[in-house]
Ligand binder design. Structure first.
Ligand code: BTN
Length: 239
């Protein structure tokens, strides 16, 4: 059993597992409590989006963490690496990362991470598409699932166990050894995206550039003409 999963609460249906885990954290829940649901009726994604969470089609998971201050800045990058590594271990798929922590296979999104809370706790929300489902049309063209990619059924419990074990391991590494290993692992998983042309919103103005790297703080470094731009939050669009 992963040290980050000494207590797993599994619900048939919730609004958002992040809300359930956040309420538990507010009530003093220990680090490592995990909330899982078969279905979410109000699943949230990054940047105010919804996260389609049809019954049984995905893993909808939230983990309560209480990170020391030196761990917090790289936590979401480390979580992306852990989710990618865990899915790769459970499935053998060639899993890629898109900054900051979207998990892709074959150029389509397979999993995403939403970190909420702070400063006393962080709820790390992880959504993984396991089975093909009736996603809304805008999602369907950009998303994939583990079973669509593998062409066979997969045990959701095994995927969850691998992801939680990888998360525990990266979290421990970040706490005790710093961010070097996490950054290197992120670069390896994102190697195919380095050099890629992207567009982003730079203070109300659309900007274009080529991805160079991520820096030691997890910020994305993009070359735009002769300028190197450091993007700390938000998203970039592949073009
Ligand atoms: C993203 O936009 O890529 C992040 C998606 C995060 C979805 C997960 S599913 C479990 C947890 N509960 C939520 O409401 N959101 C996160």
């Amino acid at each position: 059993m992963s040290p980050l999963a000494h207590r797993i609460l599994w619900y048939p249906q919730v609004g958002s597992t992040n809300d359930v885990a956040g309420a538990l954290a507010e009530q003093g829940a220990d680090e490592g409590v995990v909330v899982v649901a078969d279905q979410q009726t109000a699943g949230r994604g990054r940047l105010g989006r919804t996260w389609a969470s049809p019954p049984g089609a995905g893993l909808y998971v939230s983990v309560v963490l209480r990170p020391p201050s030196h761990v917090a800045p790289l936590l979401t990058i480390a979580a992306g690496v852990a989710v990618a590594d865990g899915i790769a271990s459970a499935t053998g798929l060639d899993v890629q990362l898109k900054w900051p922590n979207d998990v892709h296979v074959s150029g389509r999104k397979l999993a995403g991470i939403l970190a909420e809370g702070a400063p006393r706790y962080v709820v790390l929300g992880i959504g993984i598409n396991v089975m093909p489902a009736a996603y809304p049309p805008d999602v369907a063209t950009r998303a994939t699932s583990i079973e669509s990619e593998l062409g066979r059924p997969i045990d959701r419990g095994m995927v969850l166990a691998e992801v939680l074990a990888a998360l525990a391991s990266r979290y421990r590494e970040l706490s005790t050894e710093g961010g070097r290993g996490v950054i290197d692992a992120w670069r390896r998983r994102a190697a195919s995206t380095l050099g890629r042309r992207v567009e982003w919103d730079g203070g109300g103005e659309a900007r274009l550039g080529l991805i160079e790297n991520i820096d030691e703080d997890g910020a994305l470094i993009v070359r735009s003409g002769s300028e190197l731009v450091r993007i700390r939050s938000g998203e970039v669009r592949w073009i």
